[in-house]
Design a protein around this ligand. Sequence first.
Ligand code: UPG
Length: 456
Amino acid sequence: MSNLRLLQTTTPHIALIPSAGIGHLIPYLRLAETLALEKCIVTIITPKPTVSFAESNLISRFLSTHPDMKQLEFQILPPSQSNSTTNDPFFLQYDAVNRSAHLLGPLLSSVSPPLSAIVSDLLVSTSLVSIVADLNLPNYILATTSARFLSLMVYLPTLLAEPNTKFGGDSDSVTVPGLASIPQSSIPPPFANPNHLFTELIRSNSRMIPQAKGVLVNTFDLFEPETLSALNSGSVLTSLPPFIPIGPLVPYESEDCLSLIWLDEQPEGSVVYVAFGSRTTMSKDQIRELGEGLEKSGYRFFWVIKGSIVDKDDKGDIGEVVGKLYAERNKNKAMMIKEWVNQEKVLAHPAIGGFVNHCGWNSVTEAALHGIPMLAWPLHGDQRVNAEVVEKAGLGIWERGWGWNGEKLVKAEEIGKKVKEIMSNAKGNIADKNDEEEIGAVLGKSYMGRNKKKAM
Ligand code: UPG
């Protein structure tokens, strides 16, 4: 009993409440480890069921390597099968988590020792306001995106309430006070529809930010100085709590993945890593152009390919996605993989010289942490605004004309050219002559393979 009292008075107990998807889970696991190292008791509240296998696998692996961490499963109401504005399974899950939030009250009040504070995802903050008030607990938000996109979210309710605001309209840009204006072309297309589920979720939850005790942001002062200062000086809105940069969040201890063995055999800085996060796929035609572009660049590459938004639906092997001939002719200079890789360890590997990515904010912060130059290819959501941050900070290049995912077919030539551009800045500055000869030889073989039935 006396020990328990000691715990209650001296050891903070923090509950972490992520929402849905890997991009919103990983920062919470990183924060969990950081808090535990600071001698806090941490309880992670995980919505169940998850949308993807990747989320449930990651949670189990994390808990098995962090036995001191507590977990409570939060059984959520079934997500709607669709909504008139979207059938994106992650948006539907955010909505389901919000609709289930009333079930969190009893769960949060039952934990022992009693909680000292809650850190929750922005996308559940509205639903949590009355619950945390009843429990008399301070609520912090951990924002998983850039401070720049966060500012747009903070200001979204105001923008949507103004009669003259037009997203996707003729004006060139959108103004958030205190920030450099945001081009219309960077505004996520769903914002043009005020009834879109994504817009509605952000609008309703952002309204509650002033009620939070503070907002922890996975960014750092040098990366987004003006934006952080605009948020904290009252320029964006006057009623905001402090925005505290705590990034880049440090990756937690985790196991190696097998693909690192392949990287061990590659020269320093020689490999371009290509990955678009946990939930982004491209059309078959775009995957083909990307594949050819990587070949044309002449560099070795490590390519993580997602065949569907949710991994549970991702069937077929790599040969079926990129073509067996393509896979065969690149096998000596490329690692192509459809399974989960430990991306942070890949980026930390000395063989990696550049990173082609979609500017999911976790990928950006991981690349920043390891100083890997990026070719930004933003595809949806916050990613074009994030790409502005990357470009401004000098961490990478961005070809704006490539548009949103599916808006146009980006051709292999352009991709190859841009890959060469980032890789020429890479640590080892590779362009290895033997490699180019090898490519030529293999291309010859594949040409013969393609034509063997119709030519002698
Ligand atoms: N990851 C792996 N292995 C894989 C795939 C992903 O380790 O095989 C990790 C990666 O290291 C990163 C995370 O998964 O930590 C993916 O996060 P992110 O790069 O942010 O991409 P998304 O999964 O697309 O993240 C969603 C949104 C993105 C947003 C982010 C944070 O799509 O636009 O910025 O959530 O809110």
